[in-house]
Design a binder for this molecule. Structure first.
Ligand code: APR
Ligand code: PHB
Length: 393
């Protein structure tokens, strides 16, 4: 087999890249380790920045998102049991869309298949070769046990944090920046009506809690927990009890309980690896960087990466220039580091850190108090949350 761009991974990064390339006449093939129901059912975060919404709309992927997504004009920061509203539209003129990442994934897969796109699910033992040459290739085994080879001009490593592409770049030229947090998030999806129509980021002495949602019938809730928390220690009753404890206060939130339809624990880390290019291999999305979910930036960063990558590849094919490909990593890194800073800051502002002393805890509360009482500070939070502008426009 032969294609122009061989893409590894059918998460948001790989799928959107394939779609964007198709729109500018560049052929690609996606190789994905898991099967389609798994990829389409994987529950992840769900806040889309305005720029992400625009990319999906501008490229014909927005129809279901506009029908089923929930447009949020602001969010609530809650501490000492009181709510403080941050009005994104008033502060920045922009909003965010709450629409599950797996719904985005379903929409892109459907569009790729309708457009004749090639996605090879259940591809085992995927390996990249010749990335330092101008004729790289990928090998894999299909589910019937047959071996394949895909020759390409470029390889896009969109295979997430645990993929094979990042390790294919020699360690000697890679720099890794990492911070592992001493906590994780226990997340649930519950069949219960969201009792308020925007998210609540809640700082509490027992630990952080987040109130979110997916639809008028489904609530999404998170609790700060141990990074290696055993989910078996959290029967449904304990989860509800803890949520009620963390969300009670002067401003009442009468959380509606309902059957829990999914629960999981996610450890939290900040991670950046660069450069995102080696020879003809380009990394995008979680393959190169991870953010803690507090800033809701993960999928949005993946979208920004592949948007830049598509433009760079288009310039290569249409103008015979490798300049944008050469600048790809640096351009992505500028956005990535700003998103890292924001995600780290939101995490520091809202979580309980066992190693902090009473002084540091008061400073944290004072910072929250400052943020919600200063228009300048609220604007800074809001403009990062709704998404900084793309730098190549
Ligand atoms: N071969 C083929 N596919 C692989 C391999 C491999 N060796 N390893 C991983 N994959 C696939 C995974 O099964 C997954 O479908 O690569 C895909 C990577 O997708 P994501 O993890 O969703 O990463 P990305 O597309 O970069 O999206 C980033 O996902 O993790 C969230 O919070 C993150 O929202 C962010 C978004
Ligand atoms: C979610 O709804 O899953 C969600 C929302 C906001 C976040 C993280 C996750 O910051």
């Amino acid at each position: 087999m032969r294609t122009q761009v061989g893409i590894i991974g059918a998460g948001p990064a790989g799928l959107l890249l394939s779609h964007l390339l198709h729109l500018v006449g560049i052929d690609s093939v996606i190789l994905e380790a898991r099967d389609r129901p798994y990829v389409e059912g994987r529950i992840r975060a769900g806040v889309l920045e305005q720029g992400t919404v625009d990319v999906l709309n501008d490229t014909g992927l927005g129809a279901r998102m506009n029908r089923e997504g929930l447009l949020h004009h602001g969010t609530t920061l809650r501490f000492r049991g009181r709510n403080h509203h941050i009005d994104f539209v008033d502060l920045t003129g922009k909003a965010v869309m709450v629409y599950g990442q797996h719904e985005v994934v379903k929409d892109i897969i459907a569009q790729r298949l309708a457009d004749g796109g090639k996605i090879e699910f259940e591809a085992a033992d995927v390996a990249v070769h010749g990335i330092e040459s101008d004729k790289p290739w990928i090998t894999w085994r299909d589910k019937a046990g047959k071996d394949h080879r895909l020759d390409c001009d470029f390889i896009a490593g969109c295979d997430g944090f645990h993929g094979i592409c990042r390790p294919a770049i020699p360690a000697s030229i890679q720099k890794v920046y990492e911070r592992v947090y001493p906590f994780g998030w226990l997340g649930i999806l519950a069949r219960s009506k969201p009792v308020q129509d925007e998210l609540i980021y809640n700082n509490h002495a027992r630990g952080f809690a987040l109130f979110s949602m997916r639809s008028p019938e489904i609530t999404r809730l998170y609790l700060q927990c141990l990074p290696d928390e055993d989910i078996a220690n959290w029967p449904d009753e304990r989860i509800w009890e803890e949520l009620h404890l963390r969300l009670k206060g002067e401003d009442k939130l009468n959380l509606a309980e309902g059957p829990i339809i999914q629960k999981s624990v996610t450890p939290m880390r900040s991670f950046v690896c660069g450069p995102m290019r080696h020879g003809r291999l380009f990394l995008a999305g979680d393959a190169a960087h991870i953010v803690p979910p507090t800033g809701a930036k993960g999928m949005n960063l993946a979208v920004a990466d592949v948007r830049y990558l598509c433009r760079a590849l288009e310039t290569f094919y249409k103008k015979n220039s490798g300049d944008l490909l050469g600048g790809y990593s640096d351009l992505c890194m500028r956005r990535i580091w700003k998103a890292q800073r924001f995600s780290w800051w939101m995490t520091s502002l809202l979580h309980k850190f066992d190693e902090r002393n009473a002084f540091e805890n008061e400073v944290q509360l004072a910072e929250l108090d400052y943020v919600v009482s200063s228009r300048a500070a609220k604007t800074s939070l809001a403009e990062n949350y709704v998404g900084l502008p793309f730098e190549d426009q």
